[in-house]
Design a protein around this ligand. Structure first.
Ligand SMILES: Cc1ncc(COP(=O)(O)O)c(C=O)c1O
Length: 395
């Protein structure tokens, strides 16, 4: 049994998530609860802490490289958890998924090219494209009759067929809408991109989070021709709450793409990874699987709490997540006529600080992204507070 119930006070620490509240709302915001940035309100697995303590006491902190043991830990995890046979020499380390995504974009595009994203989506995708001088082609996700997000493949084909379109940023599973893309959906994406020479940059940082009944398909497991046509970005940082230690592992099967990635990395003076990032990643993948399994049951419980709250609250609708620890809450039925009013209501009246849906693209207007990775009693506090604020508004 691990501890997912103790509250950890992160206000006035180095936590960006909690600092944002103070920065945005100023004095008097000390009671507002953070449900925004995608990290977790849990202490790390004791197996990871032990390894870090041992490293702090015994190691020398010079320049590091990825040892065979380290690479075996990464490939072992991918094999056990995802049935994915990764060859060690295809792995490239960096201090984060986004530095690696940016590097891959530079490797396969030229300023002026077009890149496909699927909004509403993790907003740094848009920033990465724009900052690399690329034009965004938004293959907007659409909701079916049940409110489930699906891809518009006709639009994807049309956008990919433009010769100026050279890359696609795929979020698998998808932040914020929570879709765990099916094998069939991924294959269709792959077929379209291969047909039109569009390289797939698959961000799989959330791949270890799937709710019961769902299974994440790593893009590279679809078959050789798909694996050869993509970059895959993985990390232990979401899974084990290690973002502050900065560590990620990209898998690049195609030697040509790998070479271009290496050159692009050299051109920005190399990608790096911290010693503690390496130590934590290895300990996590080798020894903390049971911690993750228990976490997944806590998250399923939190999701059930949120679902029950939404069901008894007029004006709210939950987009049922299949993966990630994020939930996409449709607040359009609450009747706020602007996103600012919805945001202010949540922050000032309900005393909760979400990531506003509209940040993820125009189609996120009227939504809030809820971070479920917290002790159940904190989520309960948020729901009670929202319930009271909403009742007060109606009364
Ligand atoms: C889809 C996605 N990609 C990348 C990141 C950030 O990864 P990193 O901190 O390794 O750059 C996040 C963090 O929330 C994310 O949700």
């Amino acid at each position: 049994m691990y501890d997912f119930h103790s509250m950890v006070e992160r206000r006035r620490t180095t936590s960006e998530k909690w600092h944002l509240i103070e920065e945005d709302m100023g004095p008097g915001s000390e009671d507002v609860i953070a449900m925004s940035v995608a990290d977790m309100e849990f202490k790390p697995a004791p197996e990871i802490v032990d390894a870090l303590v041992r490293a702090a006491q015994n190691d020398v902190f010079g320049y590091d490289y990825a040892t065979d043991d380290y690479l075996a830990s990464v490939t072992g995890w991918m094999k056990r958890r995802h049935g994915w046979q990764v060859e060690p020499q295809t792995i490239r380390l960096s201090d984060g998924v986004m530095p690696a995504v940016n590097t891959a974009l530079r490797a396969v595009t030229r300023p002026g090219d077009k890149v496909i994203i699927q909004e509403p989506v993790y907003y740094p995708f848009r920033f990465a494209a724009e900052r690399n001088g690329l034009t965004i082609e938004n293959n907007e996700l659409v909701q079916d009759a049940q409110g489930r997000y699906i891809m518009d493949f006709d639009d994807l084909e049309a956008k990919a067929s433009d010769p100026r379109c050279t890359a696609m940023l795929l979020c698998n599973p998808h932040n914020p809408v929570g879709r765990v893309w099916s094998e069939d959906e991924l294959r269709r994406v792959g077929d379209i991109c291969i047909r039109h020479g569009v390289v797939v940059l698959a961000d799989e940082i959330h791949a270890d989070f799937a709710y019961p009944g769902h299974e994440v398909t790593m893009f590279g497991t679809l078959g050789e021709r798909y694996a050869e046509h993509c970059f895959e970005f993985t990390a232990p940082t979401k899974t084990f709450n290690l973002a502050g230690l900065a560590c990620s592992n990209a898998v690049i099967v195609n030697p040509g793409l790998r070479r271009r990635f290496d050159i692009a990395a050299d051109n920005i003076a190399g990608l790096t990874v911290s010693h503690f990032g390496l130590v934590a990643c290895q300990a996590a993948y080798d020894r903390a699987g049971a911690w993750l399994d228990e976490l997944l049951t806590v998250l399923a419980g939190n999701l059930a709490m949120l679902r029950a709250f939404v069901q008894r609250t007029d004006g709210l609708r939950l987009v049922e997540p299949e993966g990630t620890y994020l939930a996409w809450l449709d607040c359009r039925g609450l009747g706020f006529d602007t996103d600012e009013k919805l945001r202010d209501f949540m922050r000032e009246r309900a005393r909760v600080y979400f990531d506003e849906g509209v940040l993820f693209g125009r189609s996120g207007s009227g939504f809030e992204r809820v971070n479920l990775a917290c002790p159940p009693q904190l989520l309960q506090q948020v729901l009670d507070s929202m319930g009271k604020a909403l009742a007060g508004r109606q009364g």
